[in-house]
Design a protein around this ligand. Structure first.
Ligand code: ADP
Length: 404
């Protein structure tokens, strides 16, 4: 079965094509084809990169701002030129989408219907950087591939097991009843990493208390017990919790009231400031990319140093919250762009827990670990760096749904 996966992020659309045969492994196989559209700062062009399992590569810049045109071009690389892997787009059996917000009604993978599309659209204001992108991917597939079955896998789904004490905000109860609660995000990644951690350690997932640190442009933590999410840092929207690339994470809600009253901020301005101009970018003034912030800090830039210090402070505090929910810890997992690639962040996060006997091996931490335990042999907690495989996890869920 050929399955095309679309993973719509805030600044990119990643996609890949898998050829799936039973039995389905947990460890991701290499996709036949991987394509990415990067929406650059220049709205009028997009960068497209493609690579195939056989080593063919393509890099192009597409002019214009039509997502449909960019998307159609990306799909054409599946059937044309050096990156061709199938004769016809009709060879694709099903398309799976990562959808960030599924709200209360969509907690499991579902076949996309008009009703599901409306629900995703309805939730756009809760995940403004992501749900609209997923929706445009679904519509682009409809335009290019017609009536092919499409499946939505929700990032909120894994957190459906949050206990009420962790999920419910202390606000008037009628607002709770109106659906204002912690949903949590990055669930596809947290769930995959927890399973993979148990596999790497050769232990039963049900017996492990795990904290997964998904640190990318967006950052969140999950506390996982018996294989289920019992706490997480993102909330009603992906703006809650840790400091991120350009998102503030948790701030005193009184600040919002102050900005509304004192500076007449519109809701759109608040949205823009907190989602796009805060976090590492807002504090450092350098970039939302941690690599650039570290480089500036190392050259003596004081605001970059402050951005780093806040990021580490909040990451440690978040881990502390997850620890309290788990009442102990067997495994700490680092994943996503920062988690997988920054030894300095892993070291800084782990240092705080030395008093619990958590120790990492500095050499292992610096040797570009992938799916490896970087803790010392006498550490009381295993520390894993896991390459997140959201696309494969989506493909697995689509396969499972189609078998039912
Ligand atoms: P997304 O959340 O958009 O999926 P990723 O998980 O790919 O993003 O993470 C992207 C981020 O990872 C970049 O913005 C960058 O800050 C960070 N990153 C990548 N490599 C490194 C590195 N070597 N050191 C520090 N940060 C890195």
């Amino acid at each position: 079965m050929k399955i095309l996966i679309l993973n719509a992020g805030s600044s990119s659309q990643k996609s890949c094509l898998y050829d799936m045969t039973s039995p389905i492994p947990n460890l991701a196989p290499q996709p036949l084809w991987e394509g990415k559209i990067n929406w650059t700062e220049n709205q009028n062009q997009a960068e497209i990169t493609v690579k195939t399992a056989t080593g063919a590569k393509l890099q192009e810049t597409i002019a214009g701002d039509s997502r449909q045109v960019q998307f159609t071009h990306l799909l054409s690389t599946l059937t044309n030129g050096e990156t061709k892997v199938i004769d016809d787009l009709a060879a694709i059996d099903v398309v799976g989408h990562r959808v960030v917000h599924g709200g209360q009604d969509y907690q499991e993978a579902v076949i996309i219907t008009e009703k599901v599309k409306q629900a995703i659209a309805h939730l756009c204001n809760l995940a403004p950087a992501h749900n609209p992108a997923a929706l445009s991917g679904i519509e682009a597939i409809e335009n290019s591939l017609g009536n092919i079955p499409q499946i939505a896998v929700f990032d909120t789904g894994f957190h459906r097991t949050l206990p009420e004490a962790a999920a419910i905000y202390p606000i008037p109860y009628n607002l709770v009843e109106a659906g204002i609660r912690r949903y949590g995000f990055h669930g596809i990644s947290h769930q995959y990493c927890a399973k993979r951690a148990a596999e790497i350690l050769g232990q039963d997932l049900q017996s492990l208390r795990i904290i997964t640190c998904h640190l990318g442009n967006g950052c969140s933590l999950a506390a996982i017990k018996n294989g289920c999410s019992i706490d997480t840092t993102m909330g009603f929207t992906p703006l809650d919790g840790l400091m991120m690339g350009s998102r503030s994470g948790s701030i005193d809600p009184g600040i919002l009231i102050y900005l509304l009253q004192k500076y007449n901020y519109s809701s759109q301005k608040l949205d823009n400031v907190l989602n796009k101009s805060s976090g590492l970018k807002g504090i450092s003034g350098v970039s939302s990319d941690l690599r650039a912030v570290i480089a500036a800090k190392d050259q003596g830039n004081q605001r970059a140093q402050l951005a780093w210090d806040i990021y580490v402070h909040r990451l440690r505090a978040g881990i502390g919250t997850m620890l309290a929910s788990l009442q102990g810890l067997d495994v700490l997992v680092f994943t996503a762009g920062v988690g997988e690639n920054s030894p300095a962040i892993r070291q800084a996060a782990c240092e705080a827990w030395g008093f619990l006997g958590l120790k990492i091996d500095s050499a292992k931490n610096h040797q570009k670990p992938i799916d490896i335990d970087i803790a010392t042999s006498d550490s009381t907690v295993r520390v894993l760096v896991i390459e997140t495989q959201e696309d494969w996890a989506i493909a697995q869920q689509c396969w499972k749904l189609l078998q039912q």
